[in-house]
Ligand binder design. Sequence first.
Ligand code: DGY
Length: 418
Amino acid sequence: MTDLSEQARTILQGNDRGGYTVPTHRLYPFQWNWDSAFVAMGWATFDEARGFTEVERLLEGQWDNGLVPQIVFHAPSDDYFPGPAVWGVDHKPPTSGITQPPVLASAVRHMLDHSQDRAAAEARVAAIYPRLLAYHRWWQLARDPYGSGLVSTLHPWETGMDNSPAWDAALARVPVTTTTPVQRRDLTHVDATMRPRAEEYQRFIHLVDLFRDVGWQAEKMLAESPFRVADIATNSILLRAERDLLVLAQRFGQAGETSEIAARIERMHSAIDGLWDTRLGLFHSLDLVADSPIRVATSAGLLPLYAGAADASRAAVMTATLQRWAGQVHYLVPSTAPDDSHFDALRYWRGPVWVVVNWMIAQGAADAGQSSLAANLRRGTLHMITNGGFGEYFDPRDGRGIGGQDFSWTAAIYLLLN
Ligand code: DGY
């Protein structure tokens, strides 16, 4: 084992709070949904049982209606805002009231497929599978009740790409909060140039106020949210997760479940197909309130590769798009196109490289037959972590690790790529 693999394991162990892993010390002191999916796979590279425990602990936060929340507040901490009191959700353990990109079923399938102790893994997955099915049914019922094939996300935090320039116009329609005083605890841990701006936070919190005031009722949230987008990343990740859930259903499911999942896959695949953007050379999201495409080139628009929703010619165009970006920054994949006027190399989802996105694009590129792109992305990502450290995200100009440090999902991706 290399020193860096050892370091990656030590980071996961250091961020372990008893069966769940915080993304990093202080900045994020609870369990986050999509972080945990990647982190579970990272754990499973050296402790398969612990990988499944990560998922089980996240599912302690699952609601009766199937929602797997964005955050599970297992233990109190003053280091983060907004905490459980702002969310006002009635659940034990306390949780936030929105979700995050649903990588979970894909992580569970990955751990099963790579398990050495197959019998032990199968026993864990048999118990987890019905919870995953309930989560995917929640996405369908709560976020695509008319079966368009695209699920809605109602908060930039749900997309996981909080301050992406893709959300600027949609977020500008959201009022700033007048109810909850915003406390930027994040700025006591990370430099303000690397975090979302004050006004974005005020709008983020307005949405929380609004959803809390309708009692977190799914239909009301969908009907009343001034922010409603069909995020290309969330939809691609869900489509990939549905494909993985289908494989699990064939082994662990009840009659009718495989056809139910297959029908969702077909609908999603054809809806995502309609989001191809010839001008951008990648896929776009939709603003469902304005009823218009969001024509901003971001790394999210490459994720249909990961979903298996890009045919060979589109995969080739996306590879060319990435080659163009590679001529403008040192490290791929910047979260916003480097030639976009919104590109900001340091500010969270407006420019930095996120290794979980690299990993998903590399997986998709390999599946789509773009093997040299996959190899380049994997090599580049390892190189960046080796030189830049285990940061939360990376400056695409020099590969410096920025944001939170000793970051769990970066450690997990390092382990997965080795
Ligand atoms: C944060 O608080 O910065 C997170 O991205 C929310 O999930």
